[in-house]
Design a protein around this ligand. Structure first.
Ligand SMILES: [Fe+2]
Ligand SMILES: [Fe+2]
Length: 242
């Protein structure tokens, strides 16, 4: 399987071989190809974000970094919350997995805030994330589906974040930001896989498969309903549905 990262490296090699004029040509054409390939091979999302979304949100990088910082903070809080929500039957590795995710997210938060402060921004006190709020409404609270749904919502946020980071890495002309988004892609991909793997331990494969499919459909709908703007999970009029 060819990943986003390996496709990104392939593009770099091509750029070294060709001359200045053609380098620009490849930069424009090959980055979106790399993103498309990554999304199709690694991310089972039901809608795709175009490169134009990345270009438009990067027009206000400070606002985007503020939104991103809160996303990382909430991801760390979520993992800490899940840490004590283990299922009735103790799952070996549950607490270790959640503490490990929380540690990663806290490290991401530190990286984002460093970038933000260097660029003259600062964290605000409060923040709204209507995309995540809508996803959380899908959780069947107080039923046997409660915990699997929480894991699915966590997996969906990681999954869409991966896709958005891939698009941002491709769209960013700022090399520091492009490298940062590219590095986050791999980390969030690992988190998505961990959450989904845990969900599959909580029910029969048929039931979990069916619910996961429903959740993917809901996620695509919820994302399409979001307003545009410099946020990691903002809407785009140009989403491509599978
Ligand atoms: Fe993160
Ligand atoms: Fe994550």
């Amino acid at each position: 399987m060819r990943t986003f990262c390996s496709a990104f490296e392939a593009k770099r090699e091509t750029a070294k071989i060709v001359g200045g004029h053609r380098r620009q040509y490849f930069t424009v054409l090959r980055y979106p190809e790399a993103v498309t390939r990554a999304v199709e091979t690694e991310l089972p999302l039901l809608s795709k974000t175009p490169l134009s979304w990345g270009k438009s949100v990067l027009a206000d990088p400070v606002a985007l970094l503020i939104d991103h910082a809160f996303l990382e903070k909430k991801a760390a809080n979520n993992a800490m919350d899940l840490m004590t929500r283990w299922p009735d039957d103790w799952l070996p590795g549950w607490v270790e997995t959640m503490t490990s995710v929380a540690r990663d997210e806290a490290a991401h938060l530190a990286q984002v805030t460093r970038l933000l402060i260097r660029r003259g921004g600062r964290l605000e006190r409060t923040h709204k994330n209507p995309y995540a709020n809508e996803l959380r409404k899908l959780v069947r609270l107080g039923t046997p589906g409660d915990l699997p749904d929480r894991l699915f919502v966590s997996a969906l946020i990681e999954l869409r974040s991966c896709e958005r980071f891939a698009v941002l890495a491709a769209a960013a002309e700022d090399e520091e930001l492009a490298a940062f988004y590219k590095a986050l892609y791999s980390s969030e991909l690992g988190h998505y896989k961990v959450f989904l793997r845990l969900a599959y331990k909580l029910g029969s494969k048929e039931l979990i498969d069916a619910r996961w499919q429903q959740m993917l459909e809901s996620e695509a709908r919820i994302l399409a309903e979001q307003a545009p703007g410099p946020r990691i999970h903002s809407g785009s009029h140009e989403l491509i549905f599978q």
